[in-house]
Design a protein. Sequence first.
Length: 304
Amino acid sequence: MQKLKDSIKLEKSNDFDLLGAFNEALKDPKFKTLIDKLKLPYEELSKYTTVLEDCSIEYNHCLNCKNILDCKNKIKGYAYLPEIENKKIKFGYKMCKKNEKITKENKHLENVYCYNIPAQVRSAKMKEIITDDKNRFATIKWLNNFIKNYDSKKPGKGLYLYGSFGSGKTYLISAMFNELAKEGVKSAIIFWPEYLVNLKSSFGQSDYQEKIDKIKKVSLLLIDDIGAETTTAWSRDEVLCPIMQYRMQEGLPTFFTSNLDINMLEQHLATSKNGIEEVKARRVIERIDYLTEKIEMVSKNYRK
C-alpha cells in the first residue's frame, strides 16, 4: 500500500514538473504565439513542451520568411508543426505557403518529360524569353503561333530549329512546351546524344522498348542537339527512323534543335563506320522534312 501512495506522489510530482517546464517555456513570446493557436488545456500541451518548442522555432521562421531560398527550417519549404485532431495533438511536416505557391505554379511541369536537360531549360517560361534580339523574332513568332493554334486533333507540323551554339534554341522550345503543359499537353525533351548512350546500355533489358515508346508516342517531342551524336546504323535505322515513321503516320508534332542545317545533318547521318550510306540517311531526312518547318536562328551565345 505504501508503494502505491509513493507512486501517486511521484506521478503528481512529474505532472507538476511538466507543467512547470511548460509555464517556463510560455515566457518566450514565440512559443506562446504558437500555443495560443492550439486551444488545448495546458495540462495536455505540457506533455509535449520540448517538441512544441522545436515547432515554435520553425513556425516563427515561417512567419519571418521572405523567400523560400532563405528558409531556415530543417527541411526547406516545410515546417514541423502540431495539429489538433479530435482534441488530440499530433505532429508532422507541413508545406509552407511559399512552397505551396511554387508547387502550384510548377504543377504543369509534370506534363513535360525531360531527359538530361538543364534545370534552367526545364523551367523555361515564355514570359521570360529575351526579346531584344531581332535574330530571334522569327522563332518566337512561330512558337507563339503554334501555342495559339495548337489543336490536338489537328496539331500541325513541328520545327527544325538550327543555328549558332548557345543561342537558346532548346530554351525557346522548352518554354513553348511548358506553356502548353498548362493546358495538359504531354511532351518530352530529349538530349539526343545522351539518350542514345542510355538506350544502348539497356539493350536486351525489359525497359528497352518502353524507353523508345515513351518518346515515340508522346504528343509533342523535342529531339535536342541532333547531329551531335556519333552516327551508327543502329541509332539511325533502328531508333531514329522508326520514331520518325511512327510520328509521321500519327501526325504528332516533332521538334529538333541542331547546330547543323538539314543538308549538313543528312551528311552526318550518312556517315558511319559502315561507310557512306546516303539512301538510309535520306530516308530519315525525308521524314524530318515531312514533320517540320525550318528556321535558322543565329544569335549571340547566351550560355556565356
